[in-house]
Each structure stands twice: as C-alpha cells, then as structure tokens.
Write a protein that binds this ligand. Structure first.
Ligand SMILES: Cc1cc2nc3c(=O)[nH]c(=O)nc-3n(C[C@H](O)[C@H](O)[C@H](O)COP(=O)(O)OP(=O)(O)OC[C@H]3O[C@@H](n4cnc5c(N)ncnc54)[C@H](O)[C@@H]3O)c2cc1C
Length: 154
C-alpha cells in the first residue's frame, strides 16, 4: 500500500471526546447521499471517540500542513484539548469537531454506519456540510513519506 499515493486528512471529534488523528485510509463513498469513509484502528483513541460522539470532521491537509499531519500521528502527543493547544482551529458549526485552519477543505459528518474488518473499523459518514479553503497544493503520502502535490490553478 506504500506504493499507493493518497492525500492526508486530520480526522477530528468534538464534544466530550475532543480528539484528532492523522489518516489516509479515507475515500468518498456515495454522491447521493454524500458519504465518505475512514478506516480507523481498533486500538486508536479515535475509534472510541467516533463511536461515542457519532459525529466527526475531516480537514483535508495542504502541502504546508505536514507538521500537523506528524503531530496528529504522534503517539506521544497529549490527550484531549491539550493536543490542540499549538494548533489553529475552530469548532465545526454542525459537529463541534475541530476544523483545522489552513486546510484545503473541510467536511462535517454524522456517523451513518460502521463495519469491523480485521484490526480496523470502516466508519461511514453522511456529509452534513462541506467547504473549500483557498489553498491550492495538497499534502500527499507516498512510499512512507510526505510530499507536496501538484499545484492546481483552480
Ligand atoms: C500519513 C499517515 C496516515 C495514517 N492513516 C491512518 C488511518 O487511515 N487509520 C488509522 O487508524 N491510523 C492511521 N495513521 C496512524 C495514526 O495517525 C496514529 O496511529 C495515531 O497516533 C492514532 O491516533 P489515536 O489518537 O487515535 O491513538 P493513539 O496514538 O493510540 O493515542 C493518542 C494519545 O492518547 C494517549 N493514550 C492512549 N490511550 C490512553 C489511555 N488509555 N489513557 C491515557 N492516554 C492514552 C497516547 O499516549 C497518545 O498520547 C496514519 C498515520 C500517518 C502518518
């Protein structure tokens, strides 16, 4: 799978389970209704957070957000609100989940379904709201490393 280039997202949950996690096992699922999925390890704190809050947000990371992708994948980061202390974010109006400033786009989702498979769960979210940011260069993950994607003119 390291040979499969992906984008990178911050998956976040608000409310009593404020938490963030870097992920790349993320995909669109359906256009009508709009749905996305993300695969989360059973062992991750995020697994409990999504299962409990049943709402989450996705911040699609730009090329200049590698430090945030590393931060939210770092197992030594603090838990709860303190993991967001050095991060610029605002609560999503539909979910309360953190939307990271400077991201390329944001989605707010309600948990529609989930499936356990192996050591991960596939969480499917119905998209409640989505917005684009002004950034034009995506953060990519390929061959175990972060890369800056091509710059779009749109
Ligand atoms: C490019 C990239 C893509 C990735 N894609 C995915 C993906 O699609 N899906 C996926 O599942 N993972 C993915 N990961 C891995 C994931 O980002 C990390 O494993 C991340 O640390 C998991 O976050 P977590 O907070 O949910 O769990 P953890 O890292 O296990 O926990 C986070 C924090 O909570 C603390 N903690 C844990 N348990 C307790 C406890 N009981 N009490 C107190 N503190 C505790 C930990 O010490 C740590 O501070 C990806 C990583 C990278 C770099």
């Amino acid at each position: 799978m390291a040979r499969f280039a992906t984008g990178v997202i911050a998956l976040t949950v608000g409310g009593d389970h404020l938490h963030g996690m870097t992920a790349n096992a993320f995909s669109s699922v359906s256009l009508e209704p709009p749905q996305v999925l993300c695969c989360v390890a059973h062992s991750a704190v995020m697994h409990k957070a999504i299962s409990a809050e049943r709402r989450f947000a996705v911040s699609i990371m730009g090329a200049d957000q590698e430090h945030l992708a590393r931060h939210f994948a770092d197992k030594s980061r603090p838990l709860g609100a303190s993991q967001f202390e050095s991060v610029d974010w605002r609560p999503g109006p539909r979910t309360g989940a953190p939307l990271l400033s400077g991201a390329l786009a944001w989605l707010e989702c309600e948990l529609a379904d989930f499936y356990d498979s192996g050591d991960h769960s596939i969480f499917i979210g119905s998209v409640l709201d989505s917005r684009r940011g002004p950034g034009r260069q995506g953060l990519l993950f390929f061959d175990g490393r972060f890369h800056a994607g091509v710059t779009t003119t749109r």
